[in-house]
Design a protein around this ligand. Structure first.
Ligand SMILES: [Zn+2]
Length: 333
């Protein structure tokens, strides 16, 4: 059953990559992986697997979130980033369903998940590479079907007064508190990233049990949406998990450190070296299985089994979102 689609797919992938752009055929190892992965428009029909780590990996067997659900609408459809592991799709659909029925949230506007084969994206994210990250808007869903154009152009609402480094109480409601709380309470969720001013508001507004606040971590930006990251699904050996957040609700001095005004820059005493632009991630930097995910299994070859050990860079990716949860001072962006 699988052989045919794989062969067809391998061809459909090889053709655009190798015939439309012949230069790329020679340079698949030198072209930034974000260009290679953003060029591929369809998933690879292998067993669903998150391969590698959140900021250095790819995705096999991706599933698309339908662009319209009863309780959600996917946004920015032109980006083709409504793909994820089946776990991520199930999580998003369940959150939308439960939040509407149990908390009265009118529906989810779903931002970026991942690309059809995961991997680095051309714009916007260091992570979102293995089908376990989703951005959810903090703007309630309007009570109508949005047109394709509206989904491109409609602006989200920022919940933060950036000048005051504080939540904007004219738009922030218990609705957002309940929505983030419900997401955090899902046992599949590893972390949720929000702006520090939003975390501060959650710390102030949380009622009763505060255990869920542990998963909600401050990070740059994230004033318009919150970013949910799932744990590696059980038994998925190819997926590299992130360390659990440190214990506690994270509402203490480490949070306040994020909200301090930026320190004035020190005057350099020695001449500083010009900044070196970091090298973009290449296919060879990703787990070895990502090559197969990108170009498709050659005809007649059996796809790698899910439990096979993966060759991947053991060093933690430098650009993973909130790698160490270290308190950082600086601007809110
Ligand atoms: Zn995100």
């Amino acid at each position: 059953m699988l052989k045919r689609p794989i062969r067809a797919l391998a061809l459909s992938i090889l053709l655009p990559v190798f015939s439309v752009a012949p230069a790329m055929a020679e340079s698949i190892d030198t072209t930034p992986a974000k260009i290679l992965f953003s060029d591929v428009k369809t998933p690879i029909p292998l067993e669903a697997r998150a391969i590698g780590s959140y900021a250095k990996g790819c995705l096999a067997g991706a599933v698309a979130l339908p662009v319209n659900g009863k309780d959600w609408q996917a946004m920015r459809l032109s980006r083709n980033r409504n793909w994820g592991t089946p776990e991520l799709i199930a999580f998003t659909e369940k959150l939308a369903y439960d939040a509407k029925r149990q908390d009265g949230w009118p529906g989810l506007l779903v931002g970026d998940m991942g690309q059809p084969r995961g991997g680095p994206a051309l714009t916007g994210h260091a992570s979102h590479q293995i089908g376990l990250d989703v951005d959810l808007w903090l703007t309630p869903m309007p009570n109508r079907l949005l047109s394709r154009e509206e989904r491109e152009k409609m602006s989200a609402t920022s919940m933060v007064n950036e000048k005051a480094r504080a939540i904007d109480r004219s738009v922030w409601t218990q609705g957002q508190v309940k929505l983030i709380r419900r997401a955090a309470l899902d046992p599949r969720v590893a972390r949720i990233f929000v702006n520090a001013a939003i975390k501060k508001a959650l710390c102030q507004d949380a009622r009763g049990d505060r255990g869920w606040l542990n998963k909600v971590r401050p990070w740059w930006g994230h004033t318009y949406h919150f970013h949910v990251r799932l744990d590696c699904p059980p038994g998925m050996a190819s997926c590299v998990p992130q360390k659990a957040p440190p214990p506690g609700d994270g509402c203490g001095p480490e949070l306040d450190a994020w909200l301090q005004p930026p320190k004035p820059p020190k005057t350099p005493t020695k001449p500083t070296k010009p900044a070196v632009k970091p090298r973009p991630i290449l296919l060879a930097d990703l787990p070895a299985a990502c090559r197969q995910v990108l170009i498709g299994a050659p005809p007649g070859m059996t796809p790698e089994p899910a439990t096979a050990p993966m060759a991947y860079d053991a060093a933690p990716p430098a650009d993973v979102e909130n790698p160490a949860d270290a308190p950082v001072t600086g601007t809110l962006h």
